[in-house]
Write a protein that binds this ligand. Structure first.
Ligand SMILES: NC(=O)c1ccc[n+]([C@@H]2O[C@H](COP(=O)([O-])OP(=O)(O)OC[C@H]3O[C@@H](n4cnc5c(N)ncnc54)[C@H](O)[C@@H]3O)[C@@H](O)[C@H]2O)c1
Length: 439
């Protein structure tokens, strides 16, 4: 199958590469010439485990190419996937400017049998609007399908190659058949391809992210409550998680969710609700709880130091919004950095993959440490914001020796509080009592 992917970001590059891996001819298009140049030179503009090897292999085999020529790529393709960004716009509703530009760019070059597949996350009704716009512009019917993407950054290749399900929103069976053929190699373990209306497919994507975000905000709210009441969220989590109706997934307390999807998708669904005259109280609360949660860790730091940070240095481990990615969009670490810089703290930061993205935003206002333990050197405390594996089992004696004071603010509950007390740390975590040495 000849496929064009418009938008070569986290989703577009993974999608295009995985389609090439199963033997399709894929051309990835982006309006950013620097990105396309990098890809042509064999450099991967994002960090995603396993992606570089797949890109190199398929590029070398001639099945995967990169271009800025949208017209040429469209004219050569049976399937034209749209995977451009749909960031939060005014009032939480998604900004569809990039999608509009992409549609305008492809329209005159679409082959008669082409299918336009919308992979970007878009509000209910967008597919119908695109189909109407193309019909009006070209004076003929153009097939438009919704095919929302559920991959997770950090595990994107695996998620794409072995999805739990593929959702396809179509008006005509023959369009579903083409997409079923395309996805067949990824559904070999009997995972379903679910065919529904474009409206239901668009809604499904938002509802999945909104429910996952709801679970996170729920457990964070309970964690804060546990702290005030002297309960331990770890114990409570086990107490509820063994109930088969509840389970453990997505019920980890932490520093708040970030990334390019959960925050914007929750706000977008709430905006859709407002537009149709429904007040989405849960969605609005989920977002508000998450915004507040991102302040929990910096507030603990400020309170510990009595609001005086001007002569303090804080080490920060973890900048990306979650492990396994270099993506810092809406990352809790950025809120922490802003709050601490505002109070005059010096920050020594380390992340295995996201330092370049943070440096682009903060320049020389931060001290960037290539090695994890260099960040600790002479710092008055350590804040942990992302649960990268390399933070899980540090040499605690070494951490204590490097820090000026043995204080850790752990936004991901990585360590056992009892062990931290024994190791001589003052240890703050989320939803668990503070421990201090000798208490
Ligand atoms: N990142 C994720 O984990 C994820 C998961 C599922 C769904 N999604 C959704 O997928 C979509 C893309 O997300 P992303 O994270 O890959 O975004 P991204 O910002 O990483 O990539 C978007 C790319 O599109 C390019 N672009 C913008 N306008 C263009 C145009 N007119 N022509 C060609 N290229 C254009 C940009 O230069 C950029 O490279 C969003 O709607 C997002 O909500 C993202």
């Amino acid at each position: 199958m000849k496929i064009a992917i418009v938008g070569t970001g986290y989703v577009g590059l993974v999608t295009g590469t995985c389609f090439a891996e199963t033997g399709n001819d894929v051309i990835c298009v982006d309006c950013d010439p620097a990105k396309i140049d990098m890809l042509r030179r064999g450099e991967i503009p994002i960090y995603e485990p396993g992606l570089a090897e797949l890109v190199h292999r398929n590029h070398a085999a001639g099945r995967l190419d990169f271009t800025t020529d949208l017209a040429g790529a469209t004219a050569a393709s049976r399937l034209v996937f749209l995977a451009v960004g749909t960031p939060s716009g005014e009032d939480g509703a998604p900004d569809l400017t990039a999608l509009g530009a992409a549609v305008e760019g492809i329209a005159p070059h679409l082959r008669p049998e082409a299918i336009v597949v919308v992979k970007s996350t878009v509000p209910v009704g967008t597919n119908a609007q695109l189909a109407a716009r193309l019909r009006q512009q070209l004076g003929r019917e153009v097939h438009v399908a919704s095919n929302p993407e559920f991959l997770k950054e950090g595990a994107a290749i695996d998620d794409f190659m072995k999805p739990d399900r593929v959702v396809v929103g179509v008006r005509r069976d023959e369009v579903a058949d083409v997409l079923r053929d395309l996805y067949q190699p990824y559904l070999r373990t009997d995972k379903p391809l679910l065919v529904m209306s474009p409206e239901s497919a668009e809604m499904t994507k938002y509802v999945a992210n909104a429910l996952l975000s709801t679970k996170i905000s729920f457990i964070n709210e309970i964690a804060n409550l546990c702290e005030r009441c002297g309960a331990d969220i770890g114990a409570v989590r086990r107490g509820i998680g063994h109930d088969s109706r509840i389970g453990f997934a997505f019920l980890f307390p932490g520093a708040g969710y970030g990334g390019s999807c959960f925050p914007k998708d929750v706000r977008a669904l709430a905006a859709t609700a407002r537009q149709v005259g429904v007040q989405a109280r849960i969605l609005e609360a989920v977002d508000a709880v998450n915004v507040r949660q991102k302040s929990v860790l910096p507030t603990k730091i400020l309170e510990h130091f009595g609001g005086q940070l001007a002569d303090k240095t804080i080490a920060v481990w973890g900048l990306s919004f979650k492990p396994g990615t270099d993506d810092v969009r809406e990352a809790p670490a950025l809120v922490l950095i802003d709050r601490l810089l505002e109070r005059g703290a010096a920050l020594r930061v380390h992340d295995p993959e996201a330092m370049a993205n943070v440096r682009r935003a903060y320049g020389d206002r931060l001290i960037y440490c290539e090695r994890r333990d260099d960040a600790l050197d002479g710092a008055d405390a350590l804040a942990i914001v992302t649960e990268w594996k390399e933070f899980v089992q540090p040499d605690l004696a070494r951490v204590k020796a490097l820090l000026r004071r043995p204080v850790i603010f752990d936004g991901r509950n990585l360590y056992d509080p009892k062990r931290m007390r024994e190791a001589g740390f003052t240890y703050y975590s989320i939803g668990r009592p503070v421990v201090r040495p000798g208490e």
